[in-house]
Design a protein around this ligand. Structure first.
Ligand code: NDP
Length: 271
């Protein structure tokens, strides 16, 4: 019998997760289905319950529900990653309850180190944004040896995360005169085709020579990626590799088999 999975978000029409999981299933011979579901902003928990009642085996969670999962399903069992991040992107429905994991950080680290072949150890890394995605990637980035600084539009959130994860935190203004080897845009600015609202005169000087500018957003060149290219970043990447790597982690978690990611990334990059 086909095992059913889904991704829940709002909006969700842009999601490539169904395509990715179908490619993983074809590659590994697993009998699964995977669909995209848009839940009302106040209807996440009800949506999860509906999936469980219908016999789904698990689901992924995306914007804006990653922290909602943590808040509304705090009785579930969870990995250390979820406890630290207070955000989850992978739910497994078991007979005895729901299990939560967060595969975003492993996905990002794997894409930077294994696909882009850029080491993280001792690199000056700026993480812009303090939402669910930022929370999920902070610990894996720090554990990979990067020297992380976090900044966010809402300064309080950046300082709270900096303290919780023992990394540096700063305001946009405090970025003046600083340079970084890796600059990650973990804001959702790209969804609206906007730049992170860091003052341009400060922003344009932060890209060290040979730096990597990485936008978690994928699917098109974002204003951040264009800006980074114009202001000295040597390598510019969107988050497609991360998306496929985090999906592979979810798939392994659910199915006990790890799919190959390179052919899936290549297929998704075809025009
Ligand atoms: P959240 O809604 O949880 O957080 C959004 C963050 O973006 C907040 O820190 C918010 O700041 C900030 N922000 C939004 N607009 C702007 C702006 N114009 N300028 C500056 N800051 C802004 O979203 P997520 O953390 O879940 O997702 C963030 C992005 O990461 C999304 O684009 C998502 O698609 C992408 N993503 C990609 C993944 C991948 O696999 N490639 C995986 C996970 C996420 P404030 O706190 O001040 O409101």
């Amino acid at each position: 019998m086909t095992d059913r999975y889904a991704v829940i978000g709002n909006p969700i029409s842009h999601s490539k997760s169904p395509q990715i999981h179908r490619m993983f299933a074809a590659q590994t011979g697993q009998d699964i289905s995977y669909e995209a579901i848009e839940a009302p902003l106040d209807g996440f928990t009800a949506q999860v319950e509906e999936l469980r009642n219908k016999g789904y085996k698990g689901c992924n969670v995306t914007v804006p529900f990653k922290q909602t999962v943590w808040q509304s399903l705090s009785g579930a069992s969870m990995t250390f990653n979820v406890v630290e991040a207070q955000a989850a992107n992978t739910l497994t429905f078991r007979n005895d309850g729901i299990h939560l994991d967060n595969t975003d950080g492993i996905g990002l680290v794997s894409d930077i180190q294994n696909n882009l072949k850029i080491g993280l150890r001792n690199k000056r890394l700026l993480l812009i944004g303090a939402g669910g995605a930022a929370r999920g990637v902070l610990l894996p980035l720090r554990n990979a040896g990067a020297m992380v600084t976090i900044t966010n539009r809402g300064e309080f959130k950046a300082h709270t995360l900096a303290k919780a994860f023992s990394v540096a935190g700063c305001t946009y203004e405090e970025l003046a005169g600083k340079q970084f080897d890796i600059i990650i845009n973990a804001t959702s600015s790209g969804i609206n085709n906007e730049m992170p609202n860091i003052p341009a005169d400060i922003f344009k000087t932060i890209f060290a020579s040979s730096s990597l500018a990485y936008d978690l957003m994928y699917g098109h060149d974002t204003p951040f990626m264009k800006f980074a290219r114009e202001h000295g970043a040597a390598i510019v990447s969107d988050g497609l590799g991360m998306l496929v790597e985090q999906a592979a982690e979810s798939f392994s978690w659910w199915r006990g088999i790890r799919p190959q990611t390179a052919p899936v990334i290549a297929a998704l990059r075809l025009p």
